[in-house]
Design a protein around this ligand. Structure first.
Ligand code: MN
Length: 474
C-alpha cells in the first residue's frame, strides 16, 4: 500500500517554500430520537427536523432549577460506532464535565461536555488521496472524539428574513447530542481536508448516526490552520488561526486556501510567529471569499472546566464495545471497494449506489437473488432513479421489491424484454399494490414480453407470407 506522509515544503507562496498544516475539529449532530441528557425530541432526528421554533423543549433543556440530566445510551453507542470507524481507542472509563460560558443560546450557562477523559481516545484513519481502489492513502491521526450537547440558535432576523431590531433564540437545538472529533494537524492540502470531511459524512450516514445534511448544520467544520515557511535555511511557523463553524465543503476549501496565502503575507508584514497567545479565531465570508478576524482565542481555562456533579462517570465494558462493533454496518469505503472489485461495477455506478446507504441495502438485497451485479446496478440506476425522480422520493422508497428488480434483470438479460419494456415494467412494479406480484406475470399481462427466438419469428413470417392477401402486396 502506498502510504503518503507529509509533503515537505512543496508549495510556493510569495516566492518562498511553504507547507500548510491543518488540524480539524468536526461537530456531528447525532440523530437519536431524544436529546443528550433528557427525553425531549431531538431536532437532528428526521422525524423532528421541521419542528416549529421552541417546540422541542422541557425543563432540562431550559436549564430549570432542580432538574437532573440523564445520559442517552444510544448517543453513547452512536459515538462509539464513529470512534471505531476512525480507529479510535474506546475508553473504559469516561466522565462528564461542565464547560462554562455565558451566551443567550445556553440557558444553563454551561455546556455538558467531556474534558480530560473523552469517550473515544486516540486513533488513526487511512485517508484515500484519490478515487482509485487501493490508491495512495495518508494516515490522519485522531486525537479524540468526545460527546457533548449542542447549544440553541440565536437569530438576528425573524423567520422568513424579516428584519428585527433585537435578537431571538430558538432552543430546539439545545441539548442535541453532539460528537466532537479532533484531528492532529496532519492535512497539508485543503483538498485532503475536504476528502476527509466527505468521508466522515459518508461514514456517519452509513452507520446511521447522523443525517449529515450540511445545510441543516448536522456537521460543522472548524479547521485550525497555519503555515510553515522556509527562508534562507530558517523555518518559521505562522500563528494558528481557527475558522469557526463552516457548514459546506466549498467553505472549508475556500477558507483554507485563503489562509494559506494570507498568513504568509501577514508574516512578511508583521514577522509574528506561532507561540502563546498568538492564536486567533476568524470567520468565513462566503460572499467575498475571504476570512475575517473575530477574536483572540480563549485558552482552555477560560471555560472553567470541572466534573459535572449531576452525572456519574460511565464505565464502558469490553462486551459493550464488542456488541456495538458487531452491530456496525459495512463502512462506505469497504462497500465501494466490494462493488468495484467483487461486483465489477464501474466507478460511477458504485459511487452512485454508495452515495445513499438505503440504496446500498436495496442493491445488496437484489444481489441476494443471484443476478449479475452490473446489470442489477444498471436497472436500479436507470429505471429506478428515473421513477424515484418522477415521484420525488429516494430509490429505496419505491414500492418495487428486490425480487421484482431481479426478475426484470433476468428478463432483460435473456432478451425477453426490450429496454423500453423493462423501463415500463419497472414502473408497473412500482405501481402494483401487490408486492407478491411477479414481474414476469405483469410483463405478460401488459404484452411487454418480446419474441427474440429466430425460429418462432421465421415461422410467423412464413405464416404471414402464406396469407394470399399479403402475398399480393409483396
Ligand atoms: Mn465542542
Amino acid at each position: 500500500m502506498n502510504r503518503v506522509r507529509n509533503e515537505w515544503m512543496s508549495q510556493t507562496v510569495a516566492g518562498m517554500k511553504t507547507r500548510l498544516m491543518v488540524g480539524l475539529e468536526v461537530h456531528v449532530e447525532l440523530a437519536t430520537r431524544s436529546k443528550m441528557f433528557t427525553g425531549a425530541p431531538n431536532v437532528a432526528h428526521p422525524d423532528y427536523d421541521d419542528a416549529g421554533p421552541n417546540t422541542l423543549l422541557d425543563p432540562v433543556v431550559l436549564g430549570m432549577p432542580g432538574v437532573l440530566p440523564v445520559v442517552n445510551e444510544r448517543a453513547v453507542e452512536f459515538s462509539m460506532r464513529v470512534g471505531l470507524a476512525l480507529g479510535c481507542e474506546i475508553a473504559e472509563y469516561t466522565k462528564w464535565d461542565r464547560k462554562s460560558y455565558y451566551y443567550p443560546d445556553l440557558p444553563k450557562n454551561y455546556q455538558i461536555s467531556q474534558y480530560d477523559l473523552p469517550l473515544c481516545g486516540a486513533g488513526e484513519f487511512e485517508l484515500p488521496l484519490t478515487d482509485e481502489v487501493d490508491g495512495p492513502t495518508k494516515p490522519i491521526r485522531i486525537i479524540r472524539a468526545h460527546l457533548e450537547e449542542d447549544a440553541g440558535k440565536l437569530l438576528h432576523e425573524a423567520p422568513g428574513g424579516v428584519a428585527i431590531d433585537h435578537s431571538i433564540v430558538d432552543l430546539n437545538r439545545s441539548g442535541t447530542p453532539l460528537l466532537e472529533i479532533v484531528t492532529e494537524p496532519d492535512f497539508d492540502h485543503a483538498e485532503q481536508v475536504v476528502r476527509f470531511g466527505r468521508m466522515l459524512r459518508d461514514i456517519c450516514r452509513h452507520l446511521g448516526v447522523s443525517q449529515g445534511v450540511m445545510q441543516m448544520g448536522h456537521m460543522r467544520f472548524e479547521p485550525n490552520i497555519n503555515v510553515v515557511i522556509e527562508r534562507e535555511g530558517e523555518e518559521y511557523r505562522t500563528p494558528v488561526v481557527e475558522i469557526k463553524n463552516l457548514n459546506s465543503f466549498k467553505a472549508v476549501y475556500g477558507a483554507i486556501e485563503h489562509e494559506r496565502v494570507r498568513q504568509v503575507e501577514e508574516w512578511l508584514e508583521s514577522g509574528r510567529v506561532m507561540g502563546r497567545g498568538a492564536k486567533s479565531t476568524r470567520g468565513w465570508d462566503d460572499a467575498r471569499g475571504v476570512t475575517t478576524h473575530q477574536r483572540e482565542k480563549e485558552d482552555a481555562h477560560d471555560y472553567r472546566y470541572f466534573p459535572d456533579p449531576d452525572l456519574v462517570p460511565l464505565r464502558v465494558s469490553r462486551q459493550w464495545v464488542d456488541r456495538v462493533r458487531e452491530e456496525m454496518t459495512e463502512l462506505p469505503q469497504e462497500r465501494l471497494k466490494r462493488y468495484r472489485v467483487e461486483c465489477k461495477l464501474d466507478d460511477k455506478q458504485a459511487r452512485q449506489i454508495v452515495d445513499e446507504p438505503e440504496t446500498c441495502a436495496l442493491f445488496d438485497r437484489v444481489l441476494q437473488e443471484n443476478v449479475a451485479p452490473s446489470r442489477a446496478a444498471a436497472v436500479l440506476l436507470n429505471y429506478g432513479a428515473k421513477r424515484a425522480n418522477e415521484r420525488g422520493v429516494a430509490i429505496h422508497e419505491l414500492t418495487v421489491t428486490p425480487k421484482q428488480i431481479a426478475e426484470i434483470v433476468r428478463l432483460a438479460q435473456a432478451d425477453k424484454i426490450s429496454s423500453s419494456g423493462a423501463d415500463e415494467l419497472f414502473r408497473l412494479c412500482c405501481d402494483s399494490a401487490n408486492a407478491e406480484q411477479s414481474a414476469e406475470m405483469l410483463a405478460q399481462e401488459h404484452g411487454l414480453l418480446q419474441v427474440s427466438d429466430t425460429g418462432s419469428l421465421e415461422a410467423y413470417v412464413d405464416e404471414v407470407l402464406a396469407d394470399a392477401n399479403n402475398a399480393k402486396v409483396i
